[in-house]
Design a protein around this ligand. Sequence first.
Ligand code: SAH
Length: 485
Amino acid sequence: MDYFPIFVRIAGQPVVVIGGGEVAARKTLLLSRAGAEITLVAPALCPSLQERVARGELKYLAEAFRPEHLDGARLVVAATDVQAVNAWVSRSAEARNILVNVVDDRELSRFIMPAIVDRSPVIVAIGSSGDAPVLTRRLREKFEALLPAGLGKLARLSGELRSTVKQRVTDAEVRRRFWERFFDGDIAADVLAGREQAARASITQAIDSSLNQVDSTAAPVGEVALVGAGPGDPGLLTIRALRVMQNADVVVYDRLVSDEVMELVRRDAERIYVGKAAGQAYVSQEEINQLLVDLARQGKRVCRLKGGDPFVFGRGGEELEKLAEQGIRFEVVPGISAAIGCAAYAGIPLTHRQHAQVLTFATGHSKNEVAQAPVDWNLLSRPGQTAVFYMGLNGLPAILDQLRGHGLPAEQPAAVIEQGTRPGQRVITGTLATLAQQVAAAQVKSPALLIVGEVTRLHEQLRWFNTTAEQAHVDQIDMKAGLLE
Ligand code: SAH
């Protein structure tokens, strides 16, 4: 972090602004809005400042700057058009340990002012440490559009109710839930829609009934959300997934959930890892099922976070069966499955009018299992389709052999995508004859996905993501493999 963000309660506090032009006028406007006690120091004033001084909004000293002007100030803003004066103000403020801002000069500034979205009391402040003002302005526009005009009213209302609610509900955890319901519920909707009167009319009753619900001495009922975390890039999470992650009391997650995604979990949520990892005891599926039940029974909101989509080779169904059996409430939030994410980020369209009318998702198996696996190899070896194999890395040579054995030609194109959608993504393209060797040479590690079909050829033309040095190395291996063919 280059800057430490804070909000300053400046109302009634002395702030000195040096400069009498339009820039100074703009800066004082915002400071006035926050109630600062402003003293303006400048030999002359522009008309708009003259007017405000005449109205008594600002104290004015018609003098050239002297360091003593700063004595006792909380903040100083230098807004003259003489660089030497600005620098002098900056030095003088620094010498007095007063925070100083020099307009448009971050070197001379101790603090800088963010772009803001004002829905007071809610204020969104956005900064780029001075690196990208246009970008921060864009972001500001987004927030302006995103945040309803009534947000401030809603926040004020919640401020008014806080002490009542605090008195009625002593348990902090229950209180948090009350507020979550409050902001999701009818009263909030009314306020945001501009129907504050209606909201206020029903408020006492609403608080009562809602407090009765969360207050009740009956054991709290937990719930489980089975959430797809996608293949790795956090940008591929759904809005719903993010919301559940932000509201969860506890998150139970797998090895395939990326660190970047875990970063987005509510900070004080408990995290329980149930993936396989070297040196750690393996948590069995039965144990995971039971864990979810136990956590929900404790009244927790459980986010069961799984890589990709929970219903695609994710055993999500098994976990829900157990929850349903035990009468525990649940919901399912779909995610971008590895096949969808990897194909998109590798520039491999899974279907294509010329190459593939059928798309199959299959699961690969460990080496020895491939031959006996209950997989319809005839089906997977038909031309005119794309077949995607999850968990196919260990059994790769055997899978490729089976496909050839069931009628696909040795030249049939195929690709392996390692770490799809993540910064380390590598795409290895070859044929049924070459791919196993290429993958071994590139030392591909899990997670990796196998795609078989004509569409994999399009990678060469449509690749767009992560065309890095790592990938260049793989391309070299690919070329050698091409010579092998
Ligand atoms: N439910 C998950 C799949 C779990 S099975 C989903 O819908 O994606 C685990 C397999 O998914 C891995 O062995 C690998 O084949 C594939 N996989 C998951 N994430 C991947 C990624 N980022 N890149 C490549 N393959 C991935």
